[in-house]
Design a protein around this ligand. Sequence first.
Ligand SMILES: C[S@@+](CC[C@H](N)C(=O)[O-])C[C@H]1O[C@@H](n2cnc3c(N)ncnc32)[C@H](O)[C@@H]1O
Length: 242
Amino acid sequence: MNTSEVKAFFEKTDVYLTYNYNLRIRAETVGYFIRNLEFDRVLDMPCGTGDISAPFIHKFGHLTMMDFSENMIATARKRVPDNQKGKVDFINADFYSHDFGGSQYDLVMNIGILAHIRNPWEFLEETMKLVAPGGYLIIQNTDSKHWFAKLIHLYLGMRRAVGKDKYKLNKVPQDELMARIRKGGFKLKDSFKYNQSFLGLSRFFSNDLKYKLTRKYFGYAGANKNASSGSDVTFIFQKQSA
Ligand SMILES: C[S@@+](CC[C@H](N)C(=O)[O-])C[C@H]1O[C@@H](n2cnc3c(N)ncnc32)[C@H](O)[C@@H]1O
């Protein structure tokens, strides 16, 4: 996918919000990971609708929400209460062309990006540099070697073949991702695995039912059941001090 196709896809904020039970699961996972932590400087890239970081603003000294979709940034802006807006920067820019000016953050959140961004390994190298020593990286990935992810790629490939879809997800294997993050000087602290509902069947179930079924089968961060059946993993790593 080229950058303009990804951007056009994510400008459809309403479509994205149709699957909002995932946002709830992701936000609850982050909430669990940071339950005993507070952070001075936080980067949520990409912030999307803002539903994942906005609930925790009270734990952050300053939050930067970044996304190259104008509609996502506009939605994220609405998620931040007016009395908290003073400590949030909204950056509507492409990660690759934005100049971070050497900034580092105590928490960097990269949720829902590796499958979509041009050159995920280059992105990973850049984002790891943005984490301050001793800081945390929360990163989500769908393991492309997992059977469930293979099924999704097959389904999307068939839709592309018959002209029903154009969107192509990056394939990022979990073993390589973890090896690269460890090599970058990070230590795994926790993870949560589940599966997003199968794309073709998703429309037949309400968000509430999908949420309940997911929780019944996979449990919660801190009490993850059937983790080996889950292809979608959210990790929290800590960058070791030099
Ligand atoms: C699947 S959504 C994830 C959003 C949010 N973190 C979540 O989990 O709901 C992917 C987001 O990445 C943004 N995005 C993709 N490539 C980007 C880039 N190069 N720079 C900034 N944002 C980008 C899209 O606009 C979209 O909002």
